[in-house]
Design a protein around this ligand. Structure first.
Ligand code: TXA
Ligand code: MG
Length: 318
């Protein structure tokens, strides 16, 4: 049986013996293993049931350590790293041979991030290797934002989940890379475009793909509950479903048209950061209700709203 606890030493022991465990980060929980040990990395793909063409993010705790995993850090990338790490930003950098090809799925770049979570940083500082960690959910399902979510879904396959409380950002990191044309965001996430652009100027976004993606948080159907999720107003859904069979994922307000016990409100004050933090837990709760369909609405398309909307659209894509 999986154990949930706050014992960093125990987490370290498991990782040093080549096992994979759940770890907290400020974005979502990760399924972590020694990034320099191909057997541990293979185990991550297996536990997550993840296709091997989908590369992993490598987590570490200092820019000095990053230098030993990559051949260079371009100027704009370094400015972002110094400004936003630790934080919800992943940067694609040209990899050194020390990073196994399995981690990067054969790509020449490796995705790197310093997470902003005290327990994760403490653990990373105690280890003499970085941690490869995808979100700790079965491939395609909703990412976990508590230790319990991880234990419920992957508990039969891992020995330990390090419990760091609820993830404060609640959606995955923003992924940025640097091609000749300038900075490109491959996945919208916890670091807003507005903040990135304030440091490196105009950023283009290339985060949509329906088939065999080069960067698969890009897969159109992803982050999805098992029940169908539709971008519809209650009035529209009521043409097809009875009110008691509909669940609502709403930004600020409940609707009188649907039973209140089947509604999840992301932020009663209309705070987009709070909405992001609550998003995945709310989707999970709705998925567990005795209903046939979940309906939702998009947030204003700015700041973190863009990343929340990206997750809602992917969850709704069939
Ligand atoms: O917030 C996060 O980023 C969380 C926490 C645990 O750090 N991790 C996470 O990992 O979301 P994962 O594996 O669920 O998503 C990683 C994404 C994938 O979509 C993958 O395709 C992309 O990063 N990625 C990784 N390496 C890449 C590379 N070299 N080039 C392009 N995309 C890459
Ligand atoms: Mg994921």
């Amino acid at each position: 049986m999986v154990q949930i606890g706050t014992d960093v030493q125990k987490a370290k022991d498991y990782l040093e013996s080549g096992q994979v465990i759940g770890i907290p980060t400020e974005t979502v929980y990760g399924l972590a293993g020694n990034a320099l040990n191909p057997d541990a990395v293979l185990q991550i793909f297996k536990v997550k049931n993840r296709p091997s063409f989908d590369p992993l993010i490598v987590h570490t705790d200092s820019i000095d350590k990053v230098e030993s995993f990559v051949t260079q850090i371009p100027e704009p990338a370094r400015r972002l790293a110094e400004r936003f790490w630790p934080g919800p930003l992943t940067i694609l950098l040209p990899k050194k041979a020390i990073i196994p090809d399995l981690v990067s799925s054969g790509l020449e770049t490796v995705a790197i991030r310093i997470p902003n979570h005290p327990l994760a940083l403490k653990l990373l500082a105690m280890l003499d290797f970085p941690l490869a960690a995808p979100s700790a959910n079965p491939f395609g399902y909703i990412s976990p934002t508590t230790a319990r979510h991880v234990a419920e879904q992957l508990g039969h396959q891992i020995p330990y989940v390090l419990d760091g409380g609820s993830s404060q950002v609640g959606i995955e990191s923003t992924i940025i890379g640097f091609a000749e044309g300038g900075p490109i965001v491959y996945r919208l996430g916890g670091m807003t475009l507005e903040k990135l652009e304030a440091i490196v100027g105009r950023v283009s976004v290339r985060s949509h793909s329906t088939s065999n993606p080069k960067a698969p948080g890009m897969l159109s159907s992803h982050y999805a509950p098992r029940k169908p999720l539709l971008l519809k107003k209650p009035e529209e859904a009521l043409a097809t479903y009875k009110p008691e069979r509909i669940g609502v994922l709403a930004f600020e307000e409940i609707t009188r048209l649907i039973p209140v016990e089947h509604q999840q409100i992301l932020s009663v004050t209309g705070d987009v950061s709070e909405a992001a933090k609550n998003l995945f837990a709310a989707m999970r709760a709705l998925d567990a209700f005795d209903i046939d369909v979940i309906i939702t609405e998009l947030l204003p398309e700015m700041g973190l709203g863009r990343a929340v909307n990206d997750r809602l659209r992917r969850a709704a894509f069939k």
